[in-house]
Structures are given as C-alpha cells and as structure tokens.
Design a protein around this ligand. Sequence first.
Ligand code: C2E
Ligand code: MG
Ligand code: MG
Length: 683
Amino acid sequence: MANLELKFDAIQQAITDAAVDAIIIIDETGLVRYFSASAERLFGFDSTEVLGQNVKMLMPAKEARAHDGYLHNYTSTGRPKVIGIGRDVIGRRKDGSTFPMHLSVGEAHTQEGRLFVGICHDLSEFKGLLEQLSSAERRYKDIIQYQREFICRLSSSLRLSFVNNAFCEQLGYQESEVLGISLLEFIHEDDRHKVESILTRLRAEQDEASLSLSCAVLDQQGGTHIIDWTFRTLPASSEFHYEIQVIGNNITEQVKAKQHAKFLAEYDSLTGFFNKDGLNRAFARSVDSSKDYAVFFTDSYRFRLINEKYGQDVGDLMLIEAAQRIKSCMPADSLICRPGADDFLLVVPINDKAEALPLADTLLHSIIEPYFLAGEKLVLSAVVGISFYGEGATELPVLIRQAESAMFEAKASHHPVRVYHQDIHQQLTMRLEIEQGIRRALDMNLFEVVLQAKYNLDDMSLDGYEALIRWHDPELGTVSPQVFVAIAEKVNLGIELDLWVLSNVLQQIAAWRKAGYLVKPIAVNITAAHFSLPGLFNQVERMTAELDLPMNCIELEITEGVAMGNSQVIMDNMQLFKRHGVSIAIDDFGTGYSSLGYLKDLPVQLLKIDRVFIKDIEHPKNYGLVNAMIAMADAVGMRVLAEGIETQRQRDILWKMGCDLGQGYLFAKPVSYEEIEKTLPTA
Ligand code: C2E
Ligand code: MG
Ligand code: MG
C-alpha cells in the first residue's frame, strides 16, 4: 500500500510531524493516505498498518456507519455535512478502546485527486474534567436542595429566581408557583417594611454585604412561620443586574418553645391564670402602695374525691369552668393565680375593706355553683381566706401566707369565709407542729391505747370496750386525740393512725387470749378516708388471721358522715364486716344532721348518741331528741349506746327511755391495758 502514501517534502514532513493533533488524510474512497506521527500516538497504530486501509478502522461501528453516509453524500451531492465544521466524535484505538475527540475536516484538491484532511484533537482529558465539573455541580445542587434552611436567589427586582426544596416544602408551594414572584409577597404584611428597608440598605452597601433579620412568613395555607433571614448580595454581573442570595432558617418551633417556656414560667397552663411566680411578678409590676388590696385564698373540699371518682379529665374541666366563672365575676384588674390543685389566689384592688366580704361571697358562689359534667351534677364546697394589703404586711408572700392561714381556719371552723388575724397564725404554727409530731410519734411508737368499758344499762354487765388513742409527746406534752386525729385526717395520716391502733389492739387481744383471759370485743374508731377504702375489709381480715383471732373480737366505729356517705365502697365495707360478725357502730350520732329514716337501710348494729345530748339530757329539747333517737333505733332493730354518762341521774333517765348501753366516767374512765387486765376473767 506504500504507493498510496502521499509524498511530502522535508518541510511539509517536519511540520506535520510536529503537529500536536493527529493528522489523517483520506481520499474520496475513504482510504487513508497519510497518518501523522501524532496520529500513530493517538490511535496506537503504526502508519504502515493504516495507510491504504479504510479510515473506518479508526472508528467504532456506529461512527463508521455515519462516516460512509457523510462521504457518499458529499461526493455525490457536493453538499458538505462535516467539511469545514468541527464535530465531537468517538475514535477507536488499535486495542479496541474508544476515546472522545474533536474532528475537523478540510478538503484539498491535489494532483492526487480530492483529499480530505482530518485533524483529531484528543478530548479524553477535557471530557473527564467536564464530567468532574458537572458531577461537582450536581453534588452542590443536591446539597443546596436538601438543606433544611431556605436557600433562594433574588433578582435585582427582588423576584425569586431560585428556591430550594426546603422553601417549597415548608411553605407548601410548588417551585413553579414561586419562581418569578417577589419575596415580599410571602412576608407577613406587618413585617414587609422591615424586609424592604433591609433590602434597600443592602443595595446601598458596597459589594458582597450581608444583613440579617427575623420576620413572619406566610405559607400556602395562611399559616405563619418565623424565619431568620440572611441576605447577601452576589457580585454584580452588570451595573444594573445583581442578585441577592437569601438563606432562611425556620425558627418557628424554637420561638414557640421559647414562648411556651416563658408562658409556663409565669402561667398555669390549665386555666391561663398566673402561677405563683407569675403572680409575684405581676404584683411587683402593678402594685400601687397608695391603694388597698384584698388577697383571697380559696380551697375546696371534695375536689380530690371528684378526681378519684370521675377521673382527672373531669377534674380539669371543673377547674377550667371554675376559672372562667371566677374571671367573669371578679373586677377586671384583679390578679388571679392558681397556685396548685384546687386552690385559687386573687389579689383584688378595693376602695374599702367593706368590699372584701361581698367579693369573697361572690367568689365562693362562683366556685360552688353546681357543675354539669360527665352527665352528672357535681358540687364543690369551698372556703375563702382573706388578708389585707397594708395591714401589717405589704409583701405578697406574707399576704398569701396570711390569707392561706385564714383559709385553713375557715376549713377548721366550717365557716366559709375567714379574715386573717394574729391568732390564726399561732393556731397554724401549732397545727404544723402537731403534724410533724404525729409523723414522729408513728415512727417512734409514741402512741398508746387506753380502753373504756361499755355497759348494759339494764344489769350493768360489761358489754365491751372502746379503744382510744393517747399521745404524750416529749416536746408538745399531752395532745388531745380530738385535736390530733382531726389534723392527721387532714394531712392523710388518718389511715396510718387507724392501722397503728388496730394492730396494737389486736396484738393485745391475742396476748390476753394466749394468757387465758376472756376478753369482750374492743371497738376501734376508723377514720372517714379509711372506711372509704375498698381494701379495708381484706386488711382487717388479714390482720386478725395473722394473729389467729376471730374477726368479731373487734368492733368498728365510724362517724355519722361516713355512714351517710352514700358511697358503694362504704356500703360494701359495711356489708362485708356484718357478714363476718364485726359489729359496726355509728359514732357521735345526732351531730351530723342525717335523716333518721335513712338509718333503716344501713347494715349497722349500734347507734352511739353523742355526749352533747346526754350532758343536758334534762333540757326538754335534748330529752325529746334522745327519746326519738332511741325509739327510732328500736324500730329498726338497732341497739343504742349513750356516750359520756357522768351522773346517775343521766343513767336513770336513759335507762327509762330504753337505752341499751352506756359509756362514761360514771362507770369507767378510759384506762391502760394493765388496768383492764386486772379486771379480766380467765377461762
Ligand atoms: P369518740 O370516739 O366519741 O370517743 C369518746 C370520747 O369521749 C373519748 O374522748 C372519751 O375519752 C370521751 N369520754 C368518754 N366518756 C366521757 C365522759 O363521761 N365525759 C367526757 N367529758 N368525755 C367522755 P377522747 O379519747 O378524747 O377521744 C376523742 C375523739 O377522738 C373520739 O371520740 C374519737 O373521735 C377520736 N379518737 C380517739 N381515739 C381514736 C382512735 O384510736 N382512732 C380514731 N380514728 N379516732 C380516735
Ligand atoms: Mg368512738
Ligand atoms: Mg363518740
């Protein structure tokens, strides 16, 4: 094929050899007539292997087919498709591998005929760089698209020319709905001027300035988002065209959390009233020392029971309704606080102290009006304690303590409204000391039980005993059970106290029985909360069984209020004890205003008429009452015991009335186990 090789003179040869790009010359039939040194390097062929061969050997199959088409078209029509025009094509090396190259083809008319000169520029490196560049761009685009921040670009007329996914997703738009729209359209109208003025400043700044602000942005649904924006000018492409890069951080949740935390620090989330901290701050801000204020502290009974019976949700609804009522009936400039549970605390400006009591009354009624919840009519009873600003106290914590003491006093005295006075404070201190003392006494076993005998009035035979607790405290001295049992009940220690007495009495009975003594039943007083517990019967049953005692070695005394409580648990407890031979007595009968008719339905064996009626039994009113009680108990088959018989005359009157049993100093005072033991018969 060597005869086909074009002959170059020395200079032509030197020039073509020096060319960096490959030079390939072919004739009209496509045969290679010249293959430069650089072509040898690029394609990996020796020129002797290519000369005289069809140039298609340097192309992959697809390109080769196109080549035939181009050549045929040009030679037959004279219309060039590739001549004089550069194209990116694929070349094929000797080893079969392919590579991108830029091919430009020129045409020459020589004595050898028409020749085509192809210059091939290797694009491998360039294409590689291009590929790297575009994948880098893709990566950056992805990063920007999937940032949690809003990333946008604004044209000089503030229209959005780019938005990332975060912007669209968080605001609920499609990209096509926002591009071309002014950013200001998305800003809440109250904040637009802020954004406009910052953008004006930004434009006035020298290049690449950056400014930040937070503002409200509206989403597609009209919801508000708080966005922390940073605006930055990008280098201007011309004097009039510059762009602004905008990065926005959606801080709505943080702002909400902060506001909520701030709210919770000062407000009660259930009612929206102040909490104690909030009240203190509001009072410090608004108090005017030239004015008068009344502080009201309310608390209700039975709220705990409502929570227990109907669930906390109903309790919450009740408090919310109470809060609304309180708010609507108190002066508008009152500061209202819910310090906890069912308490409300109010600081109310007054012109005169005389206004306080009617206000307290209104407040009280707003709370105790029935509530219609959970399909029932629910009633709370409440008390209010009052203290006055300026009366020896101007500091809110002191005023609150005073009003709280008055509230406790109101509770203790069953008076719905009480005004603070100095004595209350002393009583309260005493109360606290007793409360701590009870805990100490329970821990250190400082209590003692004494027994008071009960007799049949007919023949003065012994019927049984009542166990009465005694407490001599090393610091407080002897404290009356009347006082400390009531306090124990208020601070939820009543049940512990009952259990202590029960266990003490049962152990004593067991010890006596073991020693061969015969013991009549001993009655134990049970507090209201304890008798309302569903587990009480099982507890007593377990305690007696552990000591191998029959349950009827004890009796129980409950107060009239408990017996009339109309609760299923209380009724069940009574039935269970009755079935197991444990007699139940209604203690202090007559003081609780219960209807006598109600008694007949109760599984109760004994009625203990309170001492107050016995003391002045000769007074016609008492005489009539006691007579009626005995007659009525008789009619329903209950026995009657008269408490506190101190004189023979009282005993005789009662005996004549038909009273079955008597208890009192006339017969026996409460005495220690040792004293009782001396009187016990043996088997
Ligand atoms: P109570 O259950 O009605 O007990 C009768 C109270 O009347 C006892 O007072 C007793 O000492 C007193 N008493 C008895 N006979 C006479 C009398 O002839 N004249 C006078 N003036 N008083 C008499 P005590 O022991 O001071 O108890 C007072 C209240 O404390 C009891 O009233 C009871 O409600 C409560 N209590 C006492 N011990 C216990 C106990 O162990 N558990 C519970 N839960 N309450 C108790
Ligand atoms: Mg009793
Ligand atoms: Mg009694």
